[in-house]
Design a binder for this molecule. Structure first.
Ligand code: NCD
Length: 301
């Protein structure tokens, strides 16, 4: 396995399946996590230069469950506020003996950092709108938990796909499998990258897109990533793309509904979020299990 987890493409299909199988050892059916002092001599720094709740806290919980020392780097009170670069910042952590850096950053800096600081292990926790590999792993684990396999499934992704690193890493991840079809749906201006790809088909009509779907992944509008003001009429957006109970009727009865969070209830109604089909809260718990597996593997290699 590669030394760092910078993109899902650092993993083979076997690595992906092994990590998911390994993560199952860390969570039981009731959602309780195994806690063991496996890495008491390792220091993990959580460096998040963009907002986060689930990813940041689940990495902290995962590292704590494994017995690591966890440093919560607070960008707002750090010397980044005095003009220090991300390179000098991470180099300082490296010189202090930090073994592994979990990094979320709006720009693509992680590859350069990993090259220049070979002693440290880097795990990508979100690179601008480009990639989010551990989210893809937890999404694939959640699907496998419910459908036992990714092969043969119809998977639909609805929402602001262009700004979504969740989508790009998920698409890379599932391209290792024989899924039946991958359908991209959403406002044409939010799905420009997905209208002509080899990975799947774009279907702007949500009712058609959802027909016989096994998995529906919904995504919020990433307002913070739009360069221009978004002149959007929310009511017409919701009537075209919000996943409601009525629209869900087009999918298979046992379709699972996913969302990486945070949920804005523009892209999905509260009743679908709360429905039996929703696995959104399980995704959060799976995030801890998958990150325990990732940290264990990359701290041991
Ligand atoms: C996503 C992210 O940050 O890319 N959230 C997450 O990691 N759970 C999706 C989002 O912010 O909409």
């Amino acid at each position: 396995m590669a030394k760092n987890l910078l993109t899902i493409n650092d993993l083979t299909k076997k690595d992906i399946l092994d990590l998911i199988a390994f993560s199952n050892n860390f969570i039981d059916e009731d959602g309780n996590f195994r806690k063991e002092d496996l890495f008491p001599d390792k220091i993990v720094a959580n460096v998040f230069c963009e907002p986060s709740t689930r990813t940041k806290m689940s990495f902290a919980v995962a590292a704590g469950n494994l017995g690591c020392n966890v440093l919560d780097f607070d960008v707002d009170t750090s010397s980044i506020q005095k003009g220090e670069s991300i390179f000098e910042t991470i180099d300082a952590l490296n010189l202090m003996g930090v073994d592994l850096c979990v990094l979320r950053h709006p720009e693509s800096v992680i590859r350069d950092l990993a090259e220049h600081l070979p002693k440290m292990v880097f795990i990508n926790a979100g690179e601008g709108s480009i990639s989010h590999p551990t989210q893809a792993l937890l999404d694939m684990k959640t699907i496998i938990d419910h459908k036992s396999d990714l092969d043969g499934l119809k998977i639909v992704i609805v929402g602001d796909l262009d700004h979504s690193r969740v989508t790009s890493s998920f698409v890379e991840g599932v391209s290792n499998f024989d899924i039946d079809s991958l359908v991209f749906c959403g406002h044409p201006e939010m799905c420009q990258k997905y209208q002509n790809t080899d990975f799947g088909i774009y279907e702007p009509d949500i009712d058609k897109a959802l027909k016989d779907a096994d998995v529906v992944m919904t995504l919020r509008i990433q307002y913070e990533r739009f360069e221009k003001d978004l002149n959007l009429d929310l009511d017409s957006y919701k009537s075209a793309y919000q996943l409601s109970t009525e629209k869900l009727g087009y999918a298979k009865g046992d379709a699972i509904i996913m969302h990486p969070g945070p949920v804005n209830y523009v892209e999905i109604t509260e009743s679908v979020y709360d429905s039996e089909n929703s696995v959104i809260r399980q995704q959060i718990a799976n995030g801890v299990a998958v990150r325990m597996a990732v940290l264990s593997r990359f701290l041991s290699s």
